[in-house]
Ligand binder design. Structure first.
Ligand SMILES: [Zn+2]
Length: 208
């Protein structure tokens, strides 16, 4: 890859943006007010803004391997806190994707060094849903299903945070679970019943 091309692309992009509005960068420099926090995988094929057709200023993004939300991940927790409490986003999306290398690695028993601790979080999702997953005979389908269940469990992890609980009470913030199909480009809403999960886990995780 010729990195000079990146700077040429940037110049061409600036030109295109200025053609849409001559004040484009002046407006962009004034600050951000995104409606959406997107938590997705670092996979190079799953580019957050592109697949949603959104531009600069419209979405606050956090990406890591296999779109995980872990309570002791200071980075992810800071992003959630900042987006929900300070930027006051009204929607939080966890977006997984079929063909996720992180999820696939968790299905195998290979020692991957430093990554083991991270992948253990995905193995925990497998353990929670072991009965369902082990009943699926087709390996490909099992893999896809773990991608979906991982999204669901990360949504539950979001609901465990005080920031999300408070924003739900104060202004009806919603958590959504989506999957991006890298084979078709389609974004699929898993239609996670946010209220039901919230209700189910509140007995244990409620924070005032
Ligand atoms: Zn991935």
């Amino acid at each position: 890859m010729d990195l000079n091309k990146v700077f040429e692309n940037n110049e061409a992009w600036i030109k295109r943006q200025l053609e849409t509005s001559k004040d484009y960068f002046e407006d962009l420099g004034k600050g951000q007010n995104p409606e959406l926090l997107y938590i997705g995988c670092s996979d190079s094929r799953v580019t957050a803004e592109d697949l949603m057709g959104l531009g600069p200023g419209e979405v606050f993004v956090h990406r890591n391997i296999a779109n995980m939300i872990s309570g002791n991940d200071l980075n992810a927790m800071s992003v959630v806190e900042y987006a929900v409490i300070h930027l006051k986003v009204n929607h939080v999306v966890v977006c997984g994707h079929y063909g996720c290398g992180g999820v696939k690695a968790a299905l195998q028993s290979k020692d991957l060094g430093l990554l083991n601790g991270w992948l253990r979080n995905i193995r925990d999702v497998y353990r929670i849903h072991k009965l369902e997953l082990n009943s699926i005979e087709c390996e490909e389908r099992k893999y896809d299903r773990l991608v979906e269940l991982n999204v669901k469990e990360q949504c539950v992890n979001l609901i465990k945070t005080a920031a999300v609980q408070k924003a739900y009470r104060d202004r009806g913030l919603k958590v959504h679970g989506w999957v991006f199909d890298v084979h078709t480009g389609k974004l699929i809403d898993l239609k996670i019943n946010f209220e039901k999960y919230l209700h189910d886990i509140m007995e244990i995780y409620h924070l005032d």
